[in-house]
Design a protein around this ligand. Structure first.
Ligand code: SF4
Length: 352
């Protein structure tokens, strides 16, 4: 199928079938950026409330830049990959401080910003500023692989490059933003992973996958994700109705979010005076609770214990030595936390 045919068909389809989404109503680079970053984490239906919350709390790039990081992490809570939220915040500050609060308008300037890779730079520069840079995401891989019979491995760098080349050859230079959105939308709504609607498809005559019944094998994805197993032992120290928590400062998952005192791996291997003191003074409440939590590359098995501690100065000193601080129920609700911790709080009934 020729480049012109592909682009004409898919844009005509898009103009008729596109969903009415808030970031499509104006060509505002801030809204496009937010939506793209959120949609890298989740589907439209799940991402929409997050988008709306962000726009309400941080209506423009300056508001986001000026907000405390904890507020941004709190708004992001539940989406995972918290480094993306930290990058959003950092990027907003760079735009405020180095670009006078205005989004750079070119792809090449955009890719220099923190957290903005080629995908997001292509989306912003094409949709907001009409630059002809093709966006290549999972939907685009699928549509191009099936229509043109491209069998490069989409998990490999070389494969991704081939798809990028193809998308950049096909892009409609007079309306690149519409073209990019059309391909993504077509993949999301029509040429879906499991049930592509081939019978009523605009490409059905020229589509390689349909002709060769290859819809289930295209696109090709070879690389398998290795999953690492981790054992977490959480100690939730409680004084009265307050719980002791700390921000995670290590270079690890959930950086900047709050959790309890944690021992990873073998519990017996811990040699920490403050912890031993607290453990001796504590009264274990209820049974320990075990929760499993799956992340993309990690499976966490977490065991939670709740220990009641006496309300004494020495308790405060030991908690402080472990980097912990006591939070009331109200404060705790507003702290940014990993979903695993929120699940524990809900399932243990500790706050009831
Ligand atoms: S014919 Fe089927 S596989 Fe080909 S583009 Fe259309 S929906 Fe996708």
């Amino acid at each position: 199928m020729s480049r012109g045919d592909f682009s004409k068909k898919i844009i005509t389809w898009y103009l008729e079938h596109q969903r009415d989404l808030p970031w499509r109503r104006a060509r505002d680079p801030y809204l496009i950026w937010l939506s793209e970053v959120i949609l890298q984490q989740t589907r439209v239906a799940q991402g929409l409330p997050y988008f709306e919350r962000f726009v309400k709390e941080f209506p423009n790039v300056r508001a986001l830049a000026n907000a405390p990081l904890e507020k941004v992490l709190r708004a992001w809570q539940g989406l995972g990959y918290y480094s993306r939220a930290r990058n959003l915040h950092r990027c907003a500050q760079v735009i405020r401080d180095e670009h006078k609060g205005q989004f750079p308008q070119t792809y090449h300037q955009l890719v220099t910003l923190p957290g903005i890779g080629s995908y997001t730079a292509a989306a912003i520069s094409s949709i907001a500023f009409d630059e002809p840079h093709a966006v290549v995401d999972g939907n685009v891989f699928r549509v191009l692989a099936r229509v043109y019979g491209l069998d490069h491995d989409i998990a490999s760098l070389a494969g991704k490059k081939k798809f990028e080349q193809k998308a950049n050859q096909l892009i409609d230079r007079s309306q690149p933003g519409t073209f990019n959105q059309a391909v993504m939308e077509f993949g999301a709504l029509h040429c879906t992973p499991k049930s592509p609607d081939c019978d009523s498809c605009i490409f059905n005559k020229g589509c390689f996958a349909r002709k060769h019944e290859a819809q289930t094998v295209l696109p090709v994805k070879i690389k398998k994700v290795k999953v690492r197993s981790r054992q977490f032992h959480y100690y939730a120290f409680r004084v009265g109705t307050k719980l002791a928590m700390k921000p995670r400062t290590e270079k690890d998952i959930w950086h900047g979010l709050y959790d309890f005192f944690l021992i990873e791996g073998k519990r017996n291997g811990v040699n920490n005076k403050a912890f031993s003191k607290l453990k001796l003074k504590g009264t274990e409440v209820g049974k320990k609770l075990t929760l499993k939590h799956q992340l993309t590359h990690q499976l966490i098995t977490a065991q939670f214990r709740v220990l009641d501690l006496p309300n004494k100065k020495t308790t405060d000193a030991s908690l402080k030595a472990l980097g912990l601080k006591l939070y009331s129920r109200k404060q705790l609700v507003n702290l940014p936390k990993p979903v695993l911790i929120s699940r524990f709080l809900a399932e243990s009934g500790i706050l009831d």
